[in-house]
Design a protein around this ligand. Structure first.
Ligand SMILES: NC(=O)c1ccc[n+]([C@@H]2O[C@H](COP(=O)([O-])OP(=O)(O)OC[C@H]3O[C@@H](n4cnc5c(N)ncnc54)[C@H](OP(=O)(O)O)[C@@H]3O)[C@@H](O)[C@H]2O)c1
Length: 292
């Protein structure tokens, strides 16, 4: 019975794939799952999820040492091949550099995981313009560039997919993390809209929207003294990655890891911003008395 359901599901997911579409037999490139921001945190956990399912990986981040260390551990644990690319993606032109390096190593992006992202904590007007633009570049421009670069080829062969990492914060405005929340709203909106456009063409497109996760992310953006880091529990990045991977496999467009995140996601979408914006302001504002 479940076999019949699976076949029907596959037929539905590929209903608009033209007859004869599929992998090019003359293409000698090796398929990889390209994961950005894979040196630590959620990206590293996602790397383990895809590796456990037998996928070869291409990992991207700035820290060469951490990437090499992770690659060694992934090879040893899962017996897969791992290529590393130490690149600062936020710099203009570096997506081209990444694409050239992948091509030079004979790798084809079968699945793209757009995970690399940064936050900024504090008043919008107090941030240096360069920092805000760096966030916009990494969280939106790079994600869009890579998705726009690799999606057409996936659609041509009626397979592969893109998994974007957004945030619960993308569902509402976030005073004191304004640019970050807005960037994640863009990621959710882009994914939902494009997923509608490409439905039935065999290629997966999902976005995962976790609430707070226990990674270095909060410290890196200087949000340690914000109330939310003390009053809201953080999820384990491995749990988030497992839910993201399973949701992606099941072709869910919006993946909300865990029951609480699912409830919160729908609640914040229903509640008016006149209510949620001041509440988020209270949770996200940095407090002197909470400074470490
Ligand atoms: N932690 C949370 O509470 C949370 C919640 C919801 C959504 N998210 C989202 O999940 C994603 C991953 O977050 P995380 O918590 O795992 O953060 P993290 O632990 O700080 O990891 C961020 C990753 O991105 C890489 N990165 C940062 N800047 C980069 C750049 N310019 N070029 C290439 N790679 C870069 C980092 O590596 P290098 O420093 O070596 O470059 C690292 O591998 C982000 O998109 C974040 O917005 C996080």
């Amino acid at each position: 019975m479940s076999g019949v359901i699976q076949r029907l599901e596959r037929a539905w997911a590929r209903r608009r794939v033209p007859a004869g579409a599929g992998p090019d037999p003359d293409d000698a490139r090796r398929d990889v799952v390209l994961i950005t921001g894979a040196s630590e945190g959620i990206g590293l956990s996602l790397a383990h999820e895809f590796a456990a399912a037998g996928h070869d990986l291409a990992l991207v981040a700035r820290s060469e040492d951490k990437l090499a260390e992770n690659a060694e551990a992934l090879r040893a644990a899962h017996g897969i091949r791992v290529d590393c690319f130490a690149i600062d993606l936020a710099i203009h032109g570096h997506c081209d550099r990444l694409a050239e390096d992948l091509e030079a190593r004979g790798l084809r992006v079968d699945v793209l995981v757009n995970n690399a992202g940064i936050g900024l904590s504090g008043e919008f007007v107090e941030h240096a313009t360069a920092d805000v633009l760096r966030l916009v570049d990494l969280n939106m421009r790079v994600l869009t560039d890579l998705m726009h670069r690799y999606l057409p080829e996936m659609l041509e062969r009626g397979g592969g997919g893109v998994l974007n990492v957004a945030s619960l914060g993308g569902a509402l405005p976030g005073p004191y993390q304004a640019a970050y929340y807005a960037s994640k709203a863009y990621v959710i909106s882009l994914t939902e809209a494009v997923a509608h456009e490409i439905g039935g063409r065999g290629t997966r497109l999902s976005v995962v929207v976790p609430g707070p996760v226990a990674t270095r992310f909060h410290k890196s953006m200087g949000a340690e003294s914000a109330l939310y880091t003390k009053v809201i529990g953080c999820m384990d990045p491995d749990v988030v990655a497992r839910a993201a991977y399973q949701g992606f496999r099941c072709r869910k467009v919006i993946i909300t890891p865990g029951i609480l995140t699912t409830f919160n996601y729908f609640a914040v979408r229903i509640l008016p911003h006149t209510l949620t914006t001041p509440l988020m302001g209270v949770l996200l504002k940095k407090r002197r008395f909470l400074q470490p």
